[in-house]
Design a protein around this ligand. Structure first.
Ligand SMILES: [Zn+2]
Ligand SMILES: [Zn+2]
Length: 182
């Protein structure tokens, strides 16, 4: 038999095997960038505003005009709060701006196109998982697999569901000056 030692947090009495963990338990975390106090078990190493700053620093930057040129016109934009702006619902960007009651944002984030569609590789993998043979048995020959690929491609061309996610690597500035400043 062996005795074990635990360490208690002085504030909340939670027990830990490591003294360091007990010490850190109820001690506020400090933002790595600005030094502000964060909750003790805050998931990130920086506070929310600094996290947004870091995200923006890493992102490619372009103006709204450049975004409209680079991407198809049904691509939405995302606010820093993650709100999706479908510009197709408005005649122009100014309409969207006047529809919003809060202050004009300095920048938005671009969009990444995604599809909900059939995945031929996934379907074939799934079929192969149905049985576990002792030896490798080729259940489906190349022709049978090729048929699945053809079917999926055809089905996807007609039925794939398009949707958009925020592209955190692309910041779209609403004014020329802001996009070029840095
Ligand atoms: Zn504690
Ligand atoms: Zn901070």
């Amino acid at each position: 038999m062996k005795e074990i030692k635990v360490y208690q947090c002085e504030k909340c009495n939670n027990a830990y095997f490591e003294p360091k963990a007990a010490e850190k338990c109820c001690t506020p975390k400090i933002c790595e960038d600005c030094g502000v106090e964060m909750p003790p078990k805050y998931y990130y190493v920086v506070c929310d505003p600094c996290r947004e700053k870091r995200k923006l620093e890493r992102a490619e930057k372009m103006t709204l005009a450049e975004y409209f040129k680079a991407y198809p016109d049904h691509y939405p934009l995302f606010t820093v709060d993650g709100e999706c702006i479908l510009l197709g619902d408005f005649d122009c960007f100014d309409d969207w701006e006047s529809y919003r009651e809060d202050e004009r944002p300095q920048y938005l984030y671009g969009a990444t196109q995604r599809f909900v569609e059939l995945n031929a590789d996934g379907i074939i993998d799934h079929l192969n998982e149905e049985v576990s043979f002792e030896d490798d048995v080729e259940m489906f020959d190349d022709d049978a697999c090729a048929e699945i690929y053809r079917f999926c491609e055809d089905w996807n061309n007609r039925n794939a569901f398009e949707y958009f996610e925020e592209n955190p690597k692309l910041a779209v500035f609403l004014s020329e000056e802001a996009a070029n400043a840095d």
